[in-house]
Ligand binder design. Structure first.
Ligand SMILES: [Mn+2]
Length: 269
């Protein structure tokens, strides 16, 4: 039988799954250097090197019954890829499962949130180095630099942690929060979409991103975010902007794989 690369080598079927992963190798609105299209496969390959068990949460991530559907076909018009991303997230949520979308560029969060919003009121918690709050960028209203602005227009509440790159006016936005107190800005009973842009991490931990930014969060910070999120209902997540070509050590892809393992184990086992 031919071997297909899957996250943690999983063979769980869609029907059996609680958590459903799929990749979207979207790389169309890059403003500096690219490489995000290679993200999903690099995460799958790196997942071979890590354990299923997390000591932080004392869980085996396989208890989440993870299916990996592979990647959407990226060789199509931008709008078609976005529409299929939205349709997939809608289908997975509609079947009572947890969607996990691997990017690809951060633009994807908008489609995921649009899909999740069909099921009721929603809030977004994002980890990101950049505010992603521009109204438009280089003539585009929907791109990686406007992603959280577009998402914020769809939901009841947006909270962003890890930002240290502002274009100016965005600094006055009320959405930013620190690792220590972000939970106070979340609404207690509102479902959460969790969006993780890997550039939120310090570049010493995860240099393989399209727009690295010094002064980021560290591993213990991320685990503390997950501990707090366990008090909320998180209905899905995206993990975006891994660009493995910028990290010949491969550590960034391992970091991304660990992000998924810890998050899935903490939130959905
Ligand atoms: Mn971003």
């Amino acid at each position: 039988m031919p071997h297909r690369l899957s996250f943690l080598g999983t063979h769980v079927s869609y029907k059996e799954a609680r958590v459903v992963i799929f990749g979207v190798p979207l790389e169309r609105t890059t403003s500096w250097r690219g490489g995000q299209a290679q993200g999903p496969q690099a995460i799958r390959a790196a997942s071979d090197s890590v354990e299923f068990f997390t000591h932080h949460f004392r869980k085996d991530v396989r208890a989440a019954r993870i299916a990996d559907l592979g990647d959407l076909d990226p060789y199509r018009p931008f709008e078609e890829i976005l529409a299929e991303t939205e349709a997939e997230v809608t289908r997975i949520l509609g079947d009572g499962k947890i969607p996990v979308v691997l990017g690809g560029e951060h633009t994807l969060v908008v489609l995921a949130v649009r899909a999740a919003k069909k099921f009721g009121p929603l809030q977004v918690l994002a980890l990101d180095a950049h505010s992603d709050l521009r109204q438009e960028y280089l003539g585009l209203s929907l791109c990686h630099a406007t992603a959280l602005r577009r998402a914020s227009e769809l939901v009841e509440n947006l909270v962003v942690v890890g930002v240290r790159s502002f274009f100016g006016p965005d600094l006055e936005e009320p959405v930013f929060a620190s690792i220590q107190d972000f939970q106070e800005k979340l609404q207690p009973n509102l479902p959460i979409w969790f969006s993780v842009d890997l550039d939120a991490f310090d570049p010493s931990l995860c240099p393989g991103v399209t727009n690295p930014e010094p002064g980021g969060i560290f591993w213990a910070d991320f685990i503390s975010v997950l501990r707090k999120l366990r008090d909320f209902r998180v209905i899905g997540m995206d993990l975006v902007e891994l660009a493995p070509i910028w990290d010949p050590s491969g550590v960034s892809a391992v970091c991304a794989a660990k992000v998924l393992i810890e998050a899935i184990a903490a939130l959905w086992t």
